[in-house]
Design a protein around this ligand. Structure first.
Ligand code: ZN
Ligand code: ZN
Length: 222
């Protein structure tokens, strides 16, 4: 075991929202989070209840809430400290809120993190949430996408980010072989700014043969 993960076990955990010692998010704050929901469209940020956005007409995406709401704080702390408990909290909240997917064989796949980041933090947070969500919803979990090596995403503008996303991801050979086994594919990421990465991942999966592709994120920036 790495020294950093050993230290994480020994150090007390603090609630990411109120600072109380005990868990990465205390029960009280989880309840507050549930009250504070503002589900929105990944693309335009419009308030949204089901899969359909009345603002821009997008039919396949869902954001749990905004980045400046407690869910954003939760997603950020998950990025920073990758506590399994936090991943469970996010997954539980999402499981209760995601609109129904009317398909029989559903698979969830995380937006892949750079291998370098994964190495630094020891674990991929989006992967943890996607795995927990799969368990809660009775979906399959499979990493269908992968990062091309050497790709970075640093652009501010949506146009630039779309261009970068186009070069950064690909459907893995193993993933492409599995697509026929599922009626619907759900792509998950913790945080999105422009939705460009998710849109590109969806495009790749469709090009590889996926029929029904949906996108969900925990938090969207305003
Ligand atoms: Zn708390
Ligand atoms: Zn919209």
């Amino acid at each position: 075991m790495k020294i950093s993960s050993l230290l994480n076990l020994l150090l007390p955990l603090y609630c990411a929202r109120c600072g109380r010692v005990g868990r990465a998010m205390c029960e009280n704050c989880i309840q507050e989070l549930e009250k504070d929901l503002e589900n929105c469209c990944i693309i335009c940020g419009n308030y949204q209840k089901g899969w359909l956005c009345s603002g821009c007409g997008t039919k396949d995406s869902f954001a749990f809430g905004f980045y400046d709401q407690p869910i954003g704080l939760l997603a950020t702390s998950l990025k920073q400290n990758s506590a399994r408990h936090l991943a469970l909290v996010v997954a539980r909240l999402l499981a209760d809120t995601i609109p129904e997917v009317r398909a029989e064989r559903v698979v969830i796949t995380p937006v892949p993190t750079l291998a370098k980041h994964r190495k630094e933090r020891g674990v991929a947070h989006a992967e943890m949430v996607a795995r927990e969500l799969a368990k809660l919803k009775g979906w399959s979990y499979s990493p269908l996408l992968r990062r091309k090596s050497g790709s970075v995403q640093t652009g501010e503008e949506r146009k630039v980010r779309i261009q970068q996303a186009k070069m950064a991801y690909e459907v893995s050979d193993k993933g492409a072989g599995k697509l026929a086994d599922f009626d619907a594919v759900i792509i998950y990421d913790d945080i999105t700014t422009t939705g460009a990465t998710l849109a590109e991942c969806a495009r790749l999966l469709k090009a590889a043969g996926a029929k029904d592709v949906r996108k969900i994120v925990a938090a969207r920036t305003r």
